[in-house]
Design a protein around this ligand. Structure first.
Ligand code: URA
Length: 244
């Protein structure tokens, strides 16, 4: 994907750049600027401002990607669908569920048997920031487990569990009902939640991701997807603006 074409001298009006980057109509983008929420290279700008090559554009303090035609979908992944752009075994993939054009790819990975929220995007920069551990974007899961964990198991899950690829980082863990755990992690290791639960003696029977950073949607049915709203794009940009 190519970056915006800008004349090196004149630059491009900020409201136009914001609109192309998915922040809503030109009008809405002008409102963002009027409200003092937009900055170039750290300085709040007014309506006439132009963005030149190499400038860092920020909304609400978060540097944003200025790719034109950036598209990000939120999918409620059903089970039995593979998180990949193309599967050599011909199994159904998450990419088959969303529109084919523009081409998008999954951000991170959910196991074949895991359900729940998954982002797909054509914005490589956004995808990197969402998956790179240094940005520490939280992912929240509901894990239906076997048995009922005691206080010691919950403490181990919270403080860190020794897995074959090392200790897990501290996690937020609650036990809203017997056999159900709500687990929030900010790492993205392979089958991490399943391995954590297994390690404390409570294998997972069903796993659902219910939140990615600021994004949750209890009304999106399995197999359904939608484009992110302008505010959600903003919130996501904000959540990935700062490394830990
Ligand atoms: N942890 C897992 O074990 N599986 C997933 O799909 C995601 C997180």
């Amino acid at each position: 994907m190519e970056h915006l074409e800008r004349s090196p001298d004149a630059g491009e009006r900020v409201q136009k750049v914001l609109a192309k980057a998915g922040f809503g109509s030109r009008r809405l983008c002008e409102d963002l600027i009027r409200d003092g929420r937009v900055a170039i290279n750290g300085d709040t700008v007014g309506l006439g401002a132009r963005l030149r090559t190499g400038d860092a554009l920020a909304v609400d303090g978060a540097v944003i990607s200025t790719l034109p035609d950036a598209v990000t979908y939120l999918l409620n992944k059903p089970t039995a669908v593979v998180t990949t752009a193309s599967d050599p075994h011909g199994r159904p993939t998450v990419v088959d569920i969303v529109p084919g054009e523009p081409r998008v790819f999954p951000v991170g990975r959910l196991d074949m048997d895991t359900e729940g929220l998954l982002l797909l995007t054509n914005d490589g920069d956004m995808a990197n920031r969402l998956t790179h551990p240094s940005f520490g974007v939280e992912k929240e899961y509901l894990a239906h487990i076997t048995g009922s964990p005691g206080r010691a198991s919950l403490r181990r899950l919270r403080e860190g569990v020794e897995l074959e690829d090392g200790m897990t980082a501290p996690a937020k863990v609650s036990n809203p009902s017997p056999g159900l755990l709500r687990i929030t992690i900010h790492e993205g290791r392979n089958r991490q939640v399943r391995r954590m639960c297994e390690a404390v003696g409570h294998p997972v029977k069903r796993l659902v991701r219910v939140r990615i950073g600021p994004l949750a949607d209890r009304t999106l049915k399995p197999g359904h997807w939608r484009r992110l709203s302008v505010n959600e794009v903003l919130e996501l940009q904000r959540a990935t603006a700062q490394a830990r």
